[in-house]
Design a protein around this ligand. Structure first.
Ligand SMILES: [Zn+2]
Length: 298
């Protein structure tokens, strides 16, 4: 039996992958809590730069060019859009710029026969979380379906606005700047019952029945906790700071303070930002071609 949400999406012409993304990803958006961020091993997150590879497919680019929203505000104004893929290009720039600011922070989980990425998933995490996920995959047979991983501030902004407006079936979404998904620490798993044991054994914490798809990477060793306490605050706003820098690179007046705080000026700039990406960016030249860096393949 179809749910009302699925029927609504069907009327909008959105298929099963989007439904999976909604059910598996957007209902699971727990706000960051300090105890989670405390446990991150950042000592392993800083090898030299890996540029995030552009995704092979995009629902946004599949749309007719003349119907594409021009700004993030246009995306919000379009009641037919319920996918963060609409800001995929902008989000890819934000990730690349974040890797300029902190080389190697976000790394890619390569898709394999063991992993299934729902539509609109950005397959990036912090390196220790990505590596722990690869190890968890090695301990159990079967497929792991990921419905959400890293989100940029642009994606989280859309989810939160849709949540506030009661749109797109979103039951819970953290404010921009307050989701562990923005830090690359969180994953949403569409089949959590199957993967709960191997994931928790590798340092992922299940959030519980209130958000049963959601796992936060918390690490295991005391050293990981200590490293996170020192560096988590800086990392928490990295994607926001990356957006602020991209905005300033492209604006006639570089008027955003590059603080990493999602303040009102940043929110306003984000609403005016091009959904398909800025003309100029990212700022560093070290961004290599997709796949330039060796990536574990589970
Ligand atoms: Zn989540």
């Amino acid at each position: 039996m179809k749910t009302r949400l699925m029927k609504t999406l069907a009327r909008l012409g959105l298929g099963l992958p989007v439904v999976l993304a909604l059910l598996g990803g957007w209902l699971a958006c727990a706000p960051r809590d300090a105890s989670v961020a405390e446990l991150l091993d950042l000592s392993a997150a800083l090898p030299q730069l890996a540029a995030p590879a552009p995704a092979a497919t995009s629902a946004a680019t599949a749309l007719p060019q003349d119907t594409l929203p021009k700004t993030v505000a246009d995306v919000l104004a379009d009641n037919t859009i319920c996918t963060t893929d609409a800001v995929r290009a902008l989000s890819e720039e934000i990730i690349a710029e974040a890797n300029c600011l902190r080389p190697g922070t976000y790394v890619k989980l390569s898709e394999s026969e063991r992993t299934v990425f729902a539509e609109a998933v950005f397959p990036y995490l912090l390196e220790p979380a990505r590596d722990a996920l690869v190890l968890a995959l090695a301990t159990r047979k079967g497929k792991l379906t990921l419905s959400s991983m890293l989100r940029t501030v642009a994606q989280q902004y859309l989810l939160h606005e849709w949540y506030k407006a009661g749109r797109c079936g979103i039951k819970l979404a953290a404010e921009p700047g307050r989701s562990n998904h923005q830090s690359g620490l969180a994953i949403d798993v569409a089949n959590p019952e199957k993967w709960r044991v191997p994931l928790t054994a590798r340092g992922f914490r299940w959030l519980g029945k209130k958000d049963r798809w959601h796992f936060d990477f918390v690490g295991r060793a005391r050293a990981e906790k200590n490293a996170a306490k020192r560096l988590a605050p800086e990392l928490a706003g990295l994607d926001v700071k990356a957006f602020q820098r991209l905005h300033n690179l492209n604006a006639p007046t570089a008027d955003l303070a590059e603080t990493g705080d999602f303040d009102e000026a940043t929110a306003d700039a984000l609403r005016r930002a091009p959904a398909l990406g800025f003309a100029a960016g990212p700022s560093c030249s070290a961004v290599g071609p997709p796949g330039a860096r060796g990536e574990p393949n589970p």
